[in-house]
Design a protein around this ligand. Sequence first.
Ligand code: PAF
Length: 273
Amino acid sequence: MKIFSNPQELKIYLKEIDKTVGFVPTMGALHEGHISLVKKAKEQNEVVVVSIFVNPTQFLKGEDFEKYPRKDEADKQICKLSGVDVLFFPQAEDIYTDDEVSLNAPRIRGFVLEGNSRPSHFDGVLTVVMKLLNIVNPTRAYFGKKDAQQLNLISLMVKQLFMSVEIVPVDTVREKDGLALSSRNVYLSSPQRKEALKIVSSLHSAGMMVSKNILNSELITNEMRKILAPLEISYVEILNRDFQKIEILEIGNSVILVEAKVGVTRLLDNIWL
Ligand code: PAF
């Protein structure tokens, strides 16, 4: 596995090898969810590039940037064992200067749901993803469906800016008990870990209602809120795949999204129906 930290050197290397490239951008603390992105990238491309960069611009003041889990050596080993060909491991000064051109997330879709509780978060995500895509110039880039709003906004950016990369959504990987894998799960104490399962139960109950042909969004989300009740709920929404609110769930074109706080840890999850 080759490791680069300098963007220009990586650009030159990838241009010279001239192969199809699958790209998996990450912030490290790698888990099975990331490995499933790598596996998919390996199936579909000749070369797989993973980046590990805890992007400061997507954290708001007071968020967990400083204490975001960093497991550099373990992550390198995981990449090696997963068959990653190239690891891009830049420092902040390789990516940012002190006077920056930046991208703004769309003022509507970027400022609802997670963007409502974290205004400007998606400005930072889109800016860094654009930079990373320009450095790696991949054939395909892989993003988890767990971060559904991020996936939606990145797909929108690629479409609206006429970029040629293909964005590939990858299914959420879960623990045996259903909890969606996330680098933030390490913050949960063992009682909190149990509490977090309310998120899974709420989505499960929504799925059951839909299977009984109960498609009214309000009925479904009210039931979910009852299950989530002891947690601090940021949002429970039913949207179509264009991220617009819908009163009646459309099978094959809907996402049910939840964000709730367990202790101080924000957890996201969703199901695509
Ligand atoms: O999902 C993440 O890990 C990050 O938001 C991403 C896409 C790597 C950008 O920093």
